[in-house]
Design a protein around this ligand. Structure first.
Ligand SMILES: C[S@@+](CC[C@H](N)C(=O)[O-])C[C@H]1O[C@@H](n2cnc3c(N)ncnc32)[C@H](O)[C@@H]1O
Length: 166
């Protein structure tokens, strides 16, 4: 399987420490997608949606770990029971508010990824498709160490190299 970036995410976060850990902690934080020019036709009608789901490559994550201590707990959990970046396929998923589409640029609010993160896909967020029906359980996140809106990242999952390094 070969997956190519379709563009890049531009955000205010040049470093991994002290950034939001989810869009819920990034209200009022703006960024944008710079879509590869040859794909712009695929944006037709996207501006009718208030939110988009973006999928991207955690390009600065460290080695794969199957057990992690996530930002919101003091205990370890299986990586698939967390949103930690150090996954076998290091793919991030964020639901973001869509502000406007201008040419190949898509302005977004709620960005929780580093600047220059490679973009893999964009999908419209549709509550009728994406919101589960029936009761929802949040597992160990029922008792987080801090509210997600306040929690900030550190470099526990980061690779050695970040922007500005050679
Ligand atoms: C906990 S993940 C959640 C991302 C996404 N909302 C998800 O659930 O898949 C967000 C954290 O990943 C790290 N991160 C963000 N962008 C990254 C990138 N491009 N490479 C490696 N780590 C990144 C930062 O520590 C950030 O706070």
């Amino acid at each position: 399987m070969v997956c190519q970036p379709i563009g890049v995410l531009r955000t205010p976060f040049k470093e991994i420490s002290d950034m939001p850990i989810q869009p819920a902690g990034a209200q009022g934080v703006y960024g944008y997608i710079e879509l590869n020019h040859e794909l712009v036709d695929g944006l037709t009608d996207l501006d009718g949606f208030s939110h988009v789901t973006v999928l991207y490559h955690f390009h600065h994550t460290a080695e794969v770990r199957l057990h992690v201590e996530p930002f919101l707990d003091k205990s370890s959990h299986g990586v698939f029971a967390t949103r930690a970046p150090c996954r076998p396929n290091p793919i991030g998923l964020s639901v973001l508010r869509l502000h406007k589409v201008v040419g190949n640029l898509i302005e977004l609010e709620g960005v929780d990824m580093m600047d220059e993160t490679p973009l893999l896909d964009i999908k419209p967020y549709v509550p009728e498709f994406d919101l589960p029906t029936g009761p929802v359980r949040s597992g160990w996140l029922l008792e987080p160490v801090a509210p997600v809106r306040e929690a900030r990242s550190d470099d526990r999952f980061a690779s050695g190299l970040q922007d500005g390094d050679d």
